[in-house]
Design a protein around this ligand. Structure first.
Ligand SMILES: [Fe+2]
Length: 375
């Protein structure tokens, strides 16, 4: 792990040390024709003597077609170094595509949990340009099944990047709404990992630190995009949150965010923002002494209040009805969410009636207040 403002300049030395000769950059299409892409090309060329191949990942959340197109490009380049630069979409695409190189077949065939894979010998360096998914240190990735409303989860230690290069200066160009939504995703990772039934003495310090850092710095990063300390600490916090959820897993917000993304194309971080305050209210009495820790991390007397105020400060206090318009569609989301493995990680065991009540409460923006729950 390398964390430094302007740390992208260390890429040349890192690559030289690795002694690689066949570099590929997998980059968010947002950066196509950018100064950053030109600098990456120059550094990889300077360090290896070879002209790197570039693959640009479309801006939308990846699906199996996106991943397989990237894998085909990688297979042609036969890389011994892959540098993944961008938000969660670019890093997840690179991680899954790289795994396909040593485990050929369809992307769908390598989705799921508990499978054993052949590692790929290439060095994978991940460079996040948003503070959010923590994909640069996580062993998981998400991609939709093409032409369907199904989200596939990919999970293997073989997908974890060997090097995460955190450079806050790369996140200053992110649109404000991306900073807000991806940041709230990191908030959700930290809170859900902290109160998860699978949390432990190993994951708790990372999760708690991430909550406190995001509670302090995320609103500043949103309001002042060039704030060096805010950008730097948010990136570090999103990494810490991912280290926590690698072992602690997540909870009901992510169970709901998956079908909201797959069926209704709600951006992942926004889906978490719609859900988390209501879920914190639902969980509060089941969190034990951790409830007070979460509340203090967000500077309020209750976890739900702090998370609701944070959501409002990021302009993410929206109504679910803007995305899921009918009772029937909401019921389908409830049914799909109940099938998620994250439901049993939640500190309070939800029934389908509970899930319906949570989704009902998400229809009403709270203006920074604790969401009302009819349970
Ligand atoms: Fe997430």
């Amino acid at each position: 792990m390398i964390s430094a403002w302007g740390g992208i300049d260390k890429l040349t030395d890192l690559v030289k040390e690795a002694g690689v000769t066949r570099p590929v950059a997998v980059m968010d299409a947002f950066f196509k024709d950018s100064e950053l892409a030109a600098r990456i090309l120059e550094m990889l060329h300077g360090a290896t003597g070879a002209r790197p191949s570039f693959h640009f990942v479309p801006a939308h959340e990846p699906d199996t077609d996106t991943v397989e197109a990237c894998a085909a490009m990688l297979a042609g380049a036969n890389p011994d170094l892959i540098v993944a630069i961008g938000g969660g979409s670019a890093m997840d695409t690179a991680k899954i595509a790289r795994l396909l190189l040593s485990n050929p077949g369809s992307a769908e065939a390598i989705s799921g949990f508990g499978k054993t894979f052949k590692p790929h010998a290439s060095l994978l360096i991940a460079v996040p340009t948003t503070a959010g998914t923590g994909s640069e240190v996580s062993e998981s990735a998400i991609a939709g099944k093409a032409n369907s409303d199904i989200k596939l989860i990919f999970r293997s230690p073989e997908m974890t990047p060997q090097i995460a290069l955190l450079d806050g200066s790369l996140s200053v160009s992110a649109p404000a709404m991306v900073t807000a939504a991806s940041g709230y995703d990191a908030v959700t990772h930290s809170v859900e990992a902290y109160v998860s039934r699978a949390s432990s003495v190993m994951s708790d310090p990372f999760a708690e630190s991430a909550m406190r850092l995001l509670g302090r710095w995320l609103p500043i990063a949103y309001r002042e995009p060039t704030h060096q300390a805010a950008r730097t600490w948010c990136l570090i916090a999103s990494c810490q949150a991912a280290i926590a959820f690698n072992s602690a897993n997540l909870g009901l917000a992510h169970a709901i965010a998956a079908p909201l993304g797959a069926m209704h194309h709600v951006p992942h971080g926004l889906a978490n923002a719609l859900a988390l305050p209501a879920i914190a209210a639902y969980n509060e009495a089941s969190m034990g002494p951790k409830a007070a820790v979460v509340a203090s991390a967000f500077g309020t007397p209750s976890a739900a209040l702090g998370l609701s105020r944070l959501r409002l400060s990021l302009d993410l206090d929206l109504s679910l009805d803007g995305f899921v318009a009918t009772d029937e569609a909401r019921e389908k989301v409830a049914q799909a969410a109940m099938k998620s493995g994250q439901v049993r990680m939640n500190p309070r065991q939800a029934t389908i009636e509970d899930m319906r009540a949570i989704l009902e409460s998400m229809r009403v923006p709270t203006g920074g207040a604790v969401p009302g729950l009819a349970i």
